[in-house]
Ligand binder design. Sequence first.
Ligand code: IPE
Ligand code: IPE
Ligand code: MG
Length: 251
Amino acid sequence: MNKNNLNKDQIDLGRVPKHVAIIMDGNGRWAKNHGQGRLFGHANGVESIRSVLQGCGEIGIKYLTIYAFSTENWNRPKSEIEGLMNLLVDTIASEVEELNKNGVRMSTVGDPSLLPLNCQESLERMQEITKDNDKIHLQIALNYSARWDIITTVKNISKDVKQGVLSAEEIDEKIINQYSCFSGIPDPELLIRTSGECRISNFMLWQLAYTELYFTEVLWPDFRKDHLFEAIINYQSRERRFGKISEQLEE
Ligand code: IPE
Ligand code: IPE
Ligand code: MG
């Protein structure tokens, strides 16, 4: 038995998170380490997504949210942005059939309206083709930021309050969840960020309130399902107290 099988065997399948969120970081540094341009790193990150999705399927993770392009990423060089958008369209075109066969539902969170038109079309097609799948739900955060989501949520709630659909007194956590772009999706129990950076970078601020955070030095293009399994084992070793004390959890 190799080390990787051993790792997977250590996972308690009864306590696997329903939802894992990932900040896929380190593509640029990985490319540099390989003497290549940044786009080479992004292209190699696709295999990591494939492997992690497969890993999620193997252990029964139902929701996977990946941070692919933040609202702040528009500040990158134009050529990198174009390369990323083309990679997205090409990857959807080459992968959608196989993912559909494997029961993967795919959708996006974020504001697609600023993305190039061909990108928007390919995302719409991807969502339409896979909308009835229920093995695993892959959400791609694109032109997404948590503050954008909070602002949009507040605007939409305000509209409904103004129109009398909702009263201000009714606003609670459930209502905010309902109006956010993660409506109907459970909060992630685990967040993984690769590449050694220990920050949230405007990702899922509301939803991460009680999420376990896991930071690894592994650069995203090197990340595989075995790294995911390592993260899950680490997650399962933690005590999630939600404000209580240890002794209360045994009751
Ligand atoms: C993450 O890798 C991918 C995106 C943000 C699109 P980076 O491109 O941020 O890689 P580093 O952090 O520069 O190494
Ligand atoms: C966060 O990575 C965004 C995505 C992974 C899409 P960045 O590399 O853009 O984050 P910062 O700017 O270093 O915090
Ligand atoms: Mg980065």
